[in-house]
Design a protein around this ligand. Sequence first.
Ligand code: P6P
Length: 280
Amino acid sequence: MDAIFNAIQISAKRIKKAIDVKDIGYSQQENSSGETQLELDIQCDMIIEEELSKIDSVHTVSSEEKEHAVKLHEDGKYFISYDPLDGSSLVDVNLSVGSIFGIYKGDFGSQNLVAACYVVYGPRVEMVFAHNKVKLYLLQAGDFEFVKEIRLGEKGKLMAPGGTQQNWEKYHKAMIDGFFAEGYRLRYSGGMVPDLHQILLKGGGLFSYPATSDKPEGKLRRLFEVFPFAFVYEKAGGEAIDGKQRVLDLGHANLHDTSPCFFGSHYEVQRVKEVYSNNA
Ligand code: P6P
């Protein structure tokens, strides 16, 4: 696990350099979700695969930017999924973006997740690594320095409501409006990594990307985004559900499956469960 943590740190430093110098242009290629890839997406994907390929304990990797998984070492025991640069289209408006990693043992799948990690490329570069605990690191003078352990409170103040509002279910809209009527503050940038990082560091709240009429299975990808953040939130004392059940009790049929998702502290997630059990 240390070798994987170290490889992620090296990848993050290389990606930060790529973000700072890489001209932002679109390639002629699309990823598995039909999104046109930035040259930067492709470069960040290559960086991570290159660094993980040096580790004998890594059996297979799967990238959001690639249709199929890539086998690296027959005798390896870890299967790593990653989104190399989530929210990459935000780079050209100078908003924060991130890399997300799910570390699975024996095979991909929510039941096999043993660690998760994400990196935020913002005014500072920070990394959160969740194994037994959730630990925050800050890139300083070329090294990631441990800062603190992260814990979520019982209830928060921030609301990050994703998805196109005109396509929300009526009961979902009423639930979100109810939170704002309680004084919650809107914090949504369109980047999953900074939006979820902010709620974690500010002690709690709710990030939601629900099923919508245009995306009935949600938008965010189970293996690359939803499972890793569910692991982080649960280890930090919060919850992650699809509206009714734990995200980490979900299976997946294909590498690029998506799921509706709600991440937050107990108070807010309990409300989601009540609303969705009465309506969905
Ligand atoms: P919308 C970025 O493209 C992303 O995958 C996540 O980082 C983010 O939470 C979501 O999509 C934003 O989607 O539909 O609100 O623009």
